[in-house]
Design a protein around this ligand. Structure first.
Ligand code: GLU
Length: 296
């Protein structure tokens, strides 16, 4: 399969300037390295009606092009189930009956890193499991053989983070993001993952899981998030931050594209110019602060 990069938005609402900038970066990384560029709608959770169409429209409006059909995670449950079955057959999963509160209140295991699952359900006897099944549905967790992992990032270098017995399928039956993302990237031939650096902490978990499923670990590039004037992560409440809000204020998609390109030190205009000038080594490494746009 030809190598590919991707953008994988959750259809929870319209994309804002920060999301668009990350998409633009993912496109530049993929296209400048001769990769296909794929779009995947991560709609297992948080899908809002109409959001997917609006997101695709806005990505096209800033000039992004993609290859092949857009895939949707809700159409791919059988792939996720097959992966969980394989892990289960290899003895690498277990049922977990903990509520969020029980996890928060559980004493953490000795030497367990902060934020790691405390292991409450890891070694239950079959009779205990049987009793708990009668009380509530189980989540499925990975039985990890390590407590941390190290990944390499194109922009950030080496990063070491927690690998715990993370959830593969939630108790409500929904496939967990960390499982779906690994299965999808593997199945779609994605060997380059460019995304916001808020996802960096999950990456060692994903790379570890990829190894267990014989999926090659992709190249990662985690890009800085866009911040608002107060230094917090840009959000919808920060005023006109989506293309439709900006259009209502008289700002065209071309101007937004050019501002995003300028924030990356790249030339304005149709994306061919930026593509020719793109060099990952000279990207700004600091978060970019969104100060708003008006037609003035
Ligand atoms: N769907 C995730 C999000 O919108 C991104 C997942 C990824 O790029 O791996 O935050």
């Amino acid at each position: 399969m030809d190598p590919a990069g991707r953008f994988a938005p959750s259809p929870s609402g319209e994309l804002h300037a920060g999301n668009l900038r990350t998409a633009l970066l993912a496109w530049l990384f993929a296209r400048s390295s001769g990769r296909r560029f794929l779009l995947r709608v991560e709609d297992l959770d948080r899908a809002r009606s109409g959001a997917e169409d609006a997101q695709l429209r806005d990505l096209a409006a800033i000039g992004l092009t993609w290859d092949g059909p857009v895939v949707r995670q809700t159409d791919r449950e059988s792939l996720y189930a097959a992966a969980i079955d394989r892990l289960t057959a290899a003895g690498l999963t277990y049922e977990c009956f903990c509520t969020r509160r029980e996890i928060q209140e559980a004493p953490s295991a000795p030497h367990a890193p902060q934020g790691a699952y405390p292991g409450t359900c890891r070694n239950l006897e079959e009779a205990e499991r049987e009793a708990r099944r009668a009380l509530r549905p189980a989540a499925i967790r990975l039985r990890a053989a390590v407590t941390e992992g190290t990944i390499r990032d194109r922009l950030l270098g080496s990063f070491t983070g927690v690998v715990d017995d993370f959830v593969l399928r939630r108790a409500d039956g929904v496939t967990a993001y960390n499982l779906a993302v690994v299965v999808d990237d593997g199945e779609q031939g994605i060997d380059q993952v460019v995304r916001g650096d808020d996802l960096l902490p999950s990456t060692p978990r994903q790379a570890y899981l990829a190894g267990l499923l014989n999926i090659p670990v992709p190249e990662y590039a985690h890009v800085p998030l866009v911040l608002n004037a107060d230094g917090a992560r840009l959000a919808k409440r920060d005023g006109a931050v989506t293309l439709s809000d900006l259009a209502a204020a008289g700002v065209t998609a071309d101007r937004v594209r050019d501002l995003l390109l300028a924030s990356l030190g790249l030339p304005p205009g149709p994306l061919g110019n930026a593509l020719a000038a793109f060099d990952p080594a000279s990207l700004p490494r600091e978060p970019w602060v969104w100060t708003g746009m008006t037609d003035a």
